[in-house]
Design a protein around this ligand. Sequence first.
Ligand code: ZN
Length: 351
Amino acid sequence: MKVGTAESEPGKVSTGYLSVTDLPTGQSERIPVVIVEGDESGPTVWVTGTIHGDEPTGMEAIHEFVARIRDESLRGTVVCIPVMNPSGLRTNARTSYYHGDDPNRYFGIERGDGETPPSVQQLICERLYAEISTSADVVISLHTSWVATYPYTILPRVSYGSNREKADTVELRDRIIELTDAFGLPAINQFSHEETERRSLEHTLTGAAVADGIPAFTPELGGRFVVEQDICEAAVVGLYNVLHAFGMVTEPASSSMEFELPAETDLKRLVHPHADTAGLVHYNVQEGEWVQSGQVVAAIVTPHGGTKTRVNTDHSGYVLSRYEGIAVYENDPLLDMAVPDDEPLLREYRG
Ligand SMILES: [Zn+2]
């Protein structure tokens, strides 16, 4: 197998770079690639990190995962891209600096005959995705969320209809659930179907892979900017157990860290509640905590500390993240929550 200059050999770890575009200053933008090929042939697992440049945990988890499996007897191949967005990593920013766009919204976009050609970031995503989609049996897109975040995995929404039979889509959904269970973090359904569309999440790497029938999911490994070691370790164990689910290694691994959000129903992501007035936020809750509908989760205060309003949640559910920064304007979001999901993950495509 060859990805850029990385050429794999059975029983070996190969490294290299995939050149994705030329830079104005003469170098090319090179994406690092690590391929771990087993002695025996088998499935191909792709693991990607740091497509948002301020999310280093995926990168470090990949480094540690490769160190863990490099001497294992492996069936199949693991292809890792520790840094999908080098320009964002260099500037410690979510987006790339070419034009400041979010790299994780350019996958699986069909090119029209419009007057405007694709941006360089879209071209880079097309080139990366061409490599990934030709061989991937699963795509694991490692991310982090806001600084104060309980780790979880996002289960993508899955559609059937124009391009896929319902039975195949059910199988795809079940496979994704099986693999995220193996990964081990609490699995939370993506935003509602409507919100998923509104946010163009079908053009994330995970969204595009799933639309092409490739199982894919998105772990959120705690907060951005820093690597939280316990969550990073859980991710390494999780990746290993995905290999186990594919029969690529013989024994599962166990983690000293357990992350759980037990619930009686499926949960989905929801950004809720929002500030109803400008001010400074005093939170009463923290990530990982269950809150009850009607509960006061924050107070909005004046600079002198006097309470302006109290903010209740209209939903029961877990707090996944508190938003960064405490100065808010009207309608700024306060929490990412995991709340009971009243829609199935699967739905008929109506586009
Ligand atoms: Zn991200």
